[in-house]
Design a binder for this molecule. Structure first.
Ligand code: NCD
Length: 397
């Protein structure tokens, strides 16, 4: 695959690339967390919440499915995926978009030696959106440049969404994580709150607790260096004021927080703390984000290191959960290994299954936004729920 032709563009700092993925003040392609600001995050969260409310009723569901029946999406996932692939498929279905997929390049023309860039250009002839995941970190980015070049020469060009790029970024996982955090720290919806109690009660126990993602300590545990979800989410969280991030990772070059991300976070005024044992910091977290050790990236020379690694430092136990704050959500992008035992699933703070479902709604919101349908969704929601008045909230409680 000849990606060298894009090197002068891929080697730029991310901030310089961001305008290339926008059009008319809106996102065109979705590749990096750095493309989002708090305004857009709040907007997408609102659209997602409107979609989930509309989708509950038969009428709302039918209305949503008639928004984009004239669009087709290609899911080109040549790296393993369950949740991202299925939630994107479900998101497309909610909006009436027809999906097609290639997951195994052996059954496509790549097997005959076709250049994947040619394959992607072919997809753009048949489909209106390409959602892709590849082991090659900048492949989706190069496909976005290919689409931009085609558009410039008045040829057919479609949006590219990254569903995970090598060990680099996973922007839509960060969106669903952020949507989960926004909902959790509203402390209103019993369904999405980590504790079914009122904010005032929590505040009497934790006087410095505020609503929203600002003024919080986020604890990330596990494979920090090779986990693209941590990378992308920490970039979004750095948009908020007074944020502390604790990174708990084994003491290994590849696994601990990378120098470039650390510098970036510090430049955004994040207070960064690094440690090697979750047990020491568990009580300080307002939000806990667990991850698995990604052994698929291990090198043979690291075998002794991993054989001797004390995993109890990166594994939750019921005793540790007992020492957590009452409202702290336990998040995980999944799949999990032993770092969260099944017995913790019944704790009201275990958020990971709701977090995954949030992925379907926020991905539907993102796709609706890319096709300029977000405004119509907001209006329809206002029309369908016009008799609901927020000033009634709590009056009869
Ligand atoms: C993650 C990924 O693929 O980066 N999974 C996901 O998308 N939900 C995390 C992982 O594989 O550990």
């Amino acid at each position: 695959m000849d990606l060298k032709q894009y090197e002068s563009r891929t080697s730029r700092p991310i901030q310089a690339k961001v305008p290339d993925f926008q059009r008319h003040e809106r996102l065109k392609h979705v590749l990096f967390s750095q493309q989002f600001n708090t305004g857009l995050l709040n907007h997408l969260a609102r659209v997602a919440t409107n979609i989930r409310a509309l989708a509950k009723s038969r009428d709302g569901h039918i209305w949503l499915s008639q928004l984009l029946p004239h669009k087709r999406a290609m899911l080109y996932f040549t790296q393993a995926s369950t949740r991202t692939f299925l939630s994107f498929t479900a998101a497309c279905q909610i909006l009436g978009i027809t999906c097609n997929e290639i997951r195994d390049p052996k059954v496509s023309s790549e097997y005959k030696g076709e250049n994947p860039l040619d394959s992607v250009r072919m997809f753009s002839s048949y489909f209106d959106l390409i959602i892709m995941r590849s082991v090659i970190a900048n492949f989706a980015e190069c496909c976005a440049y290919l689409m931009n070049d085609l558009e410039r020469s008045d040829q057919r060009s479609v949006p590219i969404i990254s569903g995970g790029a090598g060990t680099d970024q996973h922007p839509t996982q960060a969106l669903l994580d952020m949507y989960t955090i926004l909902r959790t720290f509203e402390f209103t919806s019993p369904q999405d709150s980590s504790l079914r109690t009122r904010f005032a009660e929590l505040q009497s126990r934790y006087p410095s607790l505020t609503k929203g993602p600002a003024d919080k300590t986020y604890c990330f545990c596990g494979d920090i260096g090779r986990g693209r979800t941590v990378r992308s989410l920490s970039v979004l969280l750095s948009l908020y004021e007074n944020v502390t991030m604790i990174f708990v990772a084994p003491d290994h070059d590849k696994l601990r927080l990378s120098g470039d991300l650390k510098q970036f976070l510090i430049s955004r005024k994040v207070k960064v703390i690094e440690t090697e044992d979750l047990r020491e910091v568990i009580g300080e977290a307002d939000c806990l984000y667990m991850t698995r050790i990604q052994h698929e990236h291990d090198k043979p020379e690291d075998k002794t290191f991993f054989d001797e690694l004390d995993m109890s430092r990166y594994t939750l136990t019921p005793e540790m959960v007992g020492r957590m704050r009452d409202y702290t959500p336990i998040m995980h992008p999944f799949p999990r290994n032993e770092e969260i035992p099944f017995e913790i699933d019944k704790d009201p703070r275990a958020m990971y299954f709701r977090q995954a479902r949030n992925g379907m709604w926020i991905r539907a919101a993102l796709i609706a936004y890319l096709f300029d349908m977000d405004g119509r969704i907001m209006s329809k929601h206002a029309e369908m729920f016009s008799d609901y008045q927020s000033y009634n909230e709590g009056v009869l409680a």
